[in-house]
Ligand binder design. Structure first.
Ligand code: CU
Length: 155
């Protein structure tokens, strides 16, 4: 997990491929862009823009991915994300390999972070994360999740 600010993507010590992905996303007007999926670089970088109300962590499941890195950027509101180190996902359901996700009921040694607007959190493959959780009570947020193929880091 890496935390940073979108206005200084290179300051967080991000691998260049990930900082580059943030710049690609920022070529769009993220504050006004409609929710949906946008291609950024062929099959290897795309983003999902979302707007929804945060929910109680007890009602949500953690997700883990194997092929893609998540760069979760909060555009508006406040959001809690529970997470764990690689390999910490427990009680997992069947993997959806085609869509590169698996849902899990718990995280061993669970940690929590709070995103403010303008911050991002990067989750590497196999690092479980449960985004979209309330800080105090349910509230509307807008965010973008940039999906970056892990193969880009190997280059
Ligand atoms: Cu994810």
């Amino acid at each position: 997990m890496i935390l940073g600010n979108v206005h200084q993507p290179f300051a967080a010590g991000l691998p260049p491929a990930l900082a580059q992905a943030i710049l690609l996303a920022q070529a769009h007007d993220l504050q006004s862009i409609a929710p949906g999926r946008y291609e950024l670089q062929g099959d290897s970088i795309f983003m999902n823009v979302m707007q929804f109300s945060t929910g109680a962590p007890a009602e949500k499941k953690a997700e883990r991915h194997t092929r893609f890195i998540d760069i979760q950027i909060l555009l508006a509101g406040e959001e809690r994300i529970f997470f764990g180190v690689a390999g910490a996902a427990r009680e997992c359901e069947d993997a959806h390999d085609e869509d590169d996700y698996q849902l899990c009921r718990s995280i061993d040694g669970e940690q929590v972070l709070t995103l403010q607007a303008g911050m991002f959190a990067v989750f590497m493959p196999d690092e479980p994360h449960k985004p979209g959780c309330t800080v105090t009570q349910p509230a509307e947020i807008k965010k973008v999740v940039i999906k970056v193929s892990a193969s880009l880091l190997a280059k």
